[in-house]
Design a protein around this ligand. Structure first.
Ligand SMILES: Cc1ncc(COP(=O)(O)O)c(C=O)c1O
Length: 175
């Protein structure tokens, strides 16, 4: 994202390209990466992807499968790549994070009001209200908003969000 070219990274990429330029199928390097991730984070299964958009899509699918809930909660004017559910903004005067399509969201596969709830960054009261509807599978956020200038989180905001998010996991459907 920052566009710099650290020499070790460039060397590693060139070395990998010399093995073949396709990134379509998993390689032995994927096994090494997965084993290292498992070692560091203590989780046995890893899905590798090529973009942050893909990572977001994958994790939302897993969250829906685990929680049996349909929606994702995001920040107003967030940026998460081309994840359809996140091209949403809040509805003025709407309650519980009611969402609508963002201006310029051309031809969404599904109306974001069906897939998404939207709250302002740093608004924990609104977040709790949006979660109270009981249909949010995951909270997907950037550490700081980057799409409308940089909007920083208040001190303690992320920790409070994790506490709210943990309540999603404690609902009866979730394993
Ligand atoms: C927070 C965040 N999510 C997702 C993306 C999309 O990344 P990609 O182009 O790898 O899909 C970006 C790219 O800037 C990002 O900053």
């Amino acid at each position: 994202m920052a566009g710099h070219a650290p020499a070790p990274l460039t060397r590693a990429i060139v070395a990998q390209l010399e093995n073949g330029a396709t990134t379509m199928l998993p390689s032995e390097a994927a096994i090494d990466a997965a084993e290292e991730l498992a070692r560091r984070f203590g989780l046995p299964l890893w899905q590798l992807c090529l973009t942050a958009t893909d990572a977001n899509r994958f994790v939302l699918r897993i969250a829906r499968a685990v929680t049996k809930r349909p929606k994702v909660l995001v920040h107003n004017w967030c940026y998460h790549g081309t994840v359809d559910e996140t091209f949403a903004i809040s509805v003025a005067g709407g309650s519980a994070g009611t969402a609508q399509a963002r201006p310029g969201n051309t031809g969404p596969q599904v109306d974001p009001s069906v897939t998404t709830r939207v709250v302002e960054i740093n608004d924990l009261v609104a977040t709790e209200a949006a979660l109270a509807a009981g249909d949010v599978a995951a909270i997907l956020i950037e550490p700081a908003l980057t799409n409308i200038g940089i909007v920083l989180p208040d001190p303690g905001y992320h920790a409070a969000l994790r506490t709210s998010g943990n309540k999603i996991r404690r609902t009866p459907h979730c394993r």
